[in-house]
Design a protein around this ligand. Structure first.
Ligand SMILES: [Zn+2]
Ligand SMILES: [Zn+2]
Length: 167
């Protein structure tokens, strides 16, 4: 959303609140399109003694699959940002300054990148997800598949053969 700052740029204490939904359904992350529902963005730009400060938060539902067992996972992802809006680079260049071009800002350009930074590399259905059996593909959270016990059995069989040879 584009915000026109002209009407608050000369009035101390003036505020422009904003609250809107952004469409990120075409945003690709790790080969998926995880933002299937609108991303909510809200905040304000306030003129404090002639300095414009932007404060905003974004909240989204991130829909992906568990990195271990591939079951669907939905996680809330939120981001906050706070910037002083400046029209030219300042001498005392601080981290929280955002350079604006003219008298308006495109909020999405500031807030969406902050939200994407909050996305984790991988999500899990639960912290102790057991994942899938590498042999048969069964979801091991639903119970053992039998592959592992058979493996132990065959190892024991080999041991048994060695023991037999020693006799
Ligand atoms: Zn899982
Ligand atoms: Zn198995």
């Amino acid at each position: 959303m584009k915000l026109d700052l002209k009407r608050i740029s000369v009035t101390d204490g003036a505020v422009i609140p904003f609250s809107y939904d952004a469409d990120l359904t075409k945003e690709e992350m790790n080969g998926e399109y995880p933002f299937r529902t609108p991303v909510h963005i809200e905040g304000e730009v306030r003129n404090h003694l002639g300095v414009l400060r932007l404060q905003a938060s974004a909240s989204a539902l991130y829909e992906t699959q568990c990195a271990r067992c591939l079951t669907p996972v939905k996680k809330d992802v939120t981001a906050q940002c706070s910037y002083v809006l400046v029209q030219e680079v300042q001498e005392d260049d601080r981290d929280d300054m955002y350079l604006i071009d003219g008298q308006s800002i495109e909020l999405d350009d500031i807030i969406i990148p902050a939200l994407l930074l909050e996305v984790d590399f991988a999500y899990y259905c639960k912290p102790d997800c057991k994942g899938l059996c590498p042999k048969c593909g069964k979801n091991l959270n639903e119970g053992p598949c039998g592959c592992s016990t058979r493996e132990i059995d065959s190892r024991l069989a080999v041991l048994q053969k060695l023991l037999d040879k020693d006799d």
